[in-house]
Design a protein around this ligand. Structure first.
Ligand code: TRP
Ligand code: SF4
Length: 408
């Protein structure tokens, strides 16, 4: 899956987070973690435990957090997320997230937050919890702070989270609009233009004029390309020239792109979406015996009462599982055998039991070294938090300067 072009093609930073809400299951693996593992090979990935986000909806049960956090991190490692390739950390251990959240809140119109689709939806869905709170309203803004803190170019999320990334883009734009013009912006832009060299400076000026005075999109595109290809100026100056081009000030906080995860829909044991709240999960680190029993007990097409009754795979949750786990030949075998009633459902399930157990054998193998060594997990996360904090400190230095909160 080639990623869409980033706003700035040089931006190789990926950021994503997950709330610690319990043991992860195969839905998380196929929906999210597999993708994280793929991305860590190619991008500078930051993955974090969104513990404060969990608290916005589960503040009545804070005791679950500690345990869930460590179990979830082990699940990540079991899935193949590699601390040598990606930076893994815990949100609350990088308190800069709270500071950025606060500063962003200064320019965030209430209406923007009230209009985020998940706000009303979740409030209605989770009626048991009182979500008429300041913290919950700010949920997507905290997420924006998470993303903007690392100046991430790409945010891999499922469709439900896309509006949060969209909000992040709007917040970044608004922040840059208010705070990106300080410190003699125009004068500095002029100096950066000169530093590109005579020829490039001349074309930049003429392209900018074509864009700002005549709305010429081609000129805009060409000017961007020109700026990004310059060798003589650094990334900060490029930001400034892109901002100057568009008349919006410097991009202190760059706008991220959504990296939509198109995942196979992972069915639960009953054919509904796999989810802890439906009690239909196979946990990432279930033992082989439970996997065997759970799949064997899965309901199938109700038309197949007797062995000789033909069935229809499209009416069977097991078939959904074949679509995730089986290759073409196995699927053809299963579908044909189902329609011709040439075997029973248990036989149809056997390759799936094998496939899931095989996949999990790998998870168990990776997890073992950590399960027996909690200190190692703690240490690895400590290191990740240190790295994340260093990156966060850089952004906050710029942000504090931009809002004028620097006192020397
Ligand atoms: N809201 C996300 C979820 O529920 C978790 C999350 C928090 C996140 N901060 C983030 C995801 C930043 C991506 C980027 O899944
Ligand atoms: Fe489902 Fe397979 Fe049984 Fe058909 S044979 S009903 S696909 S389990």
């Amino acid at each position: 899956m080639p990623p869409p072009p980033a706003d700035n093609p040089d931006n190789n930073r990926v950021l994503s987070g997950m709330r610690p809400t319990g043991r992860l299951h195969l839905g998380h693996y196929h929906g999210v973690l597999k993708n994280w593992v793929r991305l860590q090979e190619q991008y500078d990935c930051f993955y974090f435990v969104a513990d404060w986000h969990a608290l916005t909806t589960h503040y009545e049960r804070p005791e679950t957090m500690g345990e869930f956090v460590w179990e979830m991190v082990i699940d990540w490692l079991a899935a193949g997320v590699d601390p040598d390739k990606a930076t893994l950390f815990i949100q609350s251990r990088v308190p800069e997230h709270a500071e950025l959240h606060l500063l962003l809140s200064m320019v965030t119109p209430l209406g923007w937050l009230e209009r985020v689709p998940s706000f009303k939806e979740q409030q209605q869905k989770l009626r048991a919890a009182d979500l008429a709170t300041y913290g919950f309203l700010g949920y997507p803004l905290l997420q924006s702070a998470d993303i903007l803190m690392y100046r991430a170019g790409h945010v891999p999320v499922g469709e439900d989270q896309a509006p949060h990334v969209e909000l992040t883009r709007e917040i970044a734009r608004r922040f840059n609009h208010f705070f990106g013009r300080g410190g003699d912006f125009e004068g500095r832009a002029a100096a950066s233009i000169e530093r590109m060299g005579k020829r490039a400076a001349k074309s930049y000026r003429s392209l900018r004029r074509r864009f700002t005075e005549h709305g010429d999109r081609d000129a805009h595109r060409e000017a961007r390309r020109l700026v990004l290809s310059q060798q003589n100026i650094d990334a900060g100056e490029k930001d400034r020239l892109l901002g100057y081009l568009e008349g919006r000030g410097r991009a202190i906080l760059p706008e991220p792109q959504t990296l939509l995860t198109e995942a196979a829909k992972m069915p639960g044991l009953d054919g509904q979406k796999m989810s802890k709240s439906y009690d239909n999960i196979i946990a990432l680190r279930d033992d082989p015996g439970r996997v065997q029993r759970a799949i064997a007990a899965m309901p199938t097409d109700p038309a197949r009462v007797r062995l000789t009754d033909p069935g229809d795979p499209d009416k069977c949750p097991v078939w959904q599982l074949h679509r995730v786990y089986s290759d073409f030949d196995t699927r053809a075998w299963a579908a044909a055998g189902c329609r011709a009633a040439s075997f029973g459902c248990l036989e149809c399930k056997r390759p799936l039991i094998d496939a899931v157990q095989e996949e999990q054998a790998m998870f168990h193998e990776r997890a073992r070294q950590y399960e027996n060594n909690p200190a190692r997990v703690r240490e690895m996360i400590e290191q990740g938090c240190r790295n994340a904090r260093r990156a966060a400190a850089e952004t906050m230095e710029m942000v504090r300067a931009a809002v004028g909160a620097v006192y020397r």
